[in-house]
Design a protein around this ligand. Structure first.
Ligand SMILES: Cc1cc2nc3c(=O)[nH]c(=O)nc-3n(C[C@H](O)[C@H](O)[C@H](O)COP(=O)(O)OP(=O)(O)OC[C@H]3O[C@@H](n4cnc5c(N)ncnc54)[C@H](O)[C@@H]3O)c2cc1C
Length: 390
């Protein structure tokens, strides 16, 4: 049985979850991305894996035109732990109120990213905040199936390709999806788990301590919404000064470390597969919403079911205004991220000589860059002295 080449597969896990004889395993590529691998001894040639794969059945993908678009700011207690306006947690809260379950991406004990299941709000809070690494979905799809079969409401949050895979899987299982709410986000692409692991190791070496907490979107001060904050077990804290200076964000935004399939993303569109789509709004355009610099969410409700659900959430502590989606079209709502011309060379160098050599040759890891980074850190610390929120 042939599945997609690892560079085209999104790693959504639909084929893995659908296989009736468990002949598929999700394995890590050299870049650390999860892709399926078939054990031909176990395979019974039923082709269910191929039939369930969204990428191999593009004509079956159902894209929904956004029905309403909003900007929103949740109460500070939620917003400060979220990436932008903190809309996600209010949506999750409504499902918990209905005694349902919420699925989202969390850090595991090794500070790598995986999908988890929550049935109370404390657990659901672990999903708050963007983690820019491909999430290990594991057995989440089959747990969603079990929850729906037992009559529960389910909220699934993930990338558009994961949502698309889940819908195909549940369709093949003839599952009633009336109580399923899906939510994706505008997506630049998911980054390499291998790079992330090496990035963390480099920080640990430099600080001579173990990372105990990692946050991609730390909000250390107003209008600083894309700063990494890392806490170490010796009490030290690292705050990245800017996206261009930071090793992770530099390579992420230069499209050197995102998944190869993201360059051919079928979901980089205003029309979406999920009921609800979340995104960031950095600059509200002539809108009646106060931009205090601690994050505003952009979000689209794409289906009737999504609208009905959204109508039932508690928005009493939220600043919420309806807007026009045409005012906030981002590059990844029009087209996938473009492959960096040095992408293959970068990864050849990485696989041959490692993280340090690759970022030195193709990224921001040279001695000159290091000097700039030190200067930026000093300036940042001086500028934000007294301003940084605990
Ligand atoms: C890889 C990635 C790329 C993104 N690219 C863009 C972009 O180009 N433009 C834009 O406007 N917004 C982008 N976002 C979305 C944005 O950063 C916020 O997540 C979104 O605005 C929701 O914010 P919030 O404050 O409402 O909720 P938050 O509390 O931030 O909600 C986070 C939700 O995202 C889910 N999530 C987090 N990390 C992952 C992951 N690795 N895989 C699957 N699900 C995850 C969680 O399960 C949770 O439900 C991206 C997010 C990710 C993870």
């Amino acid at each position: 049985m042939e599945l997609l080449d690892e560079n085209k597969c999104t790693g959504c896990t639909a084929c893995y979850s659908a296989c009736p004889v468990h002949a598929i395993e999700m394995k890590e590529t050299k870049k650390g991305f999860f892709v399926p691998s078939i054990d031909s001894d176990k395979c019974i040639n039923c082709k269910l894996c191929q039939k369930t794969c969204p990428e191999m059945n593009i004509e079956g993908i159902n894209y929904n035109q956004p029905q309403h678009t909003y900007l929103a700011k949740n109460e500070d207690a939620i917003r400060m732990n979220s990436s932008s306006g903190g809309v996600f947690l209010s949506l999750a809260q409504e499902i918990i109120k209905r005694e349902g379950t919420v699925y989202g991406a969390q850090y595991n004990s090794a500070i790598m990213v995986e999908h988890g299941r929550a049935s109370d709000i404390k657990e659901a809070k672990k999903f708050c905040g963007s983690k820019y690494i491909q999430s290990n979905v594991g057995d989440a799809f089959s747990h969603v199936l079990d929850d729906l079969k037992s009559g529960k409401w389910v909220y699934f949050s993930g990338t558009a390709c994961q949502v698309s895979g889940l819908i195909n899987y549940l369709t093949k299982k003839n599952c009633n999806m009336d109580k399923l709410i899906t939510q994706d986000f505008i997506c630049h692409g998911v980054a390499s788990p291998t790079f992330f692991a090496d990035y963390k190791k480099a920080l640990e070496r430099k600080n001579r301590a173990k990372i105990v907490k990692f946050n991609f979107r730390g909000k250390p001060s107003p209008h600083k919404l894309q700063n990494i904050i890392v806490d170490f077990d010796n009490g030290k804290r690292f705050i990245s000064a800017s996206t261009s200076q930071d090793f992770f964000y530099h390579h992420f935004f230069k499209n050197l470390i995102i998944k190869p399939s993201c360059f051919n993303c079928k979901y980089a569109n205003v029309k979406r597969v999920a009921d609800i789509t979340l995104g960031d709004c950095y600059h509200p355009i002539n809108e009646n919403i106060n931009n205090d610099g601690y994050g505003i969410s952009y979000f689209q409700v794409n289906t009737e079911k999504g609208l009905e659900f959204f109508g039932s959430i508690d928005t009493s502590n939220m600043e919420l205004i309806e807007t026009d989606c045409n005012k906030y079209i981002q590059p990844n709502m029009k087209a996938p991220s473009e492959k960096n011309p040095n992408y293959d060379a970068f990864w050849n160098e990485y696989e041959t000589n490692g993280f340090k050599a690759a970022i030195k040759k193709y990224g921001n890891g040279s001695i000159k860059d290091e000097m700039k980074r030190i200067a930026a850190q000093i300036i940042y610390k001086l500028k934000t002295k007294g301003q940084v929120r605990q």
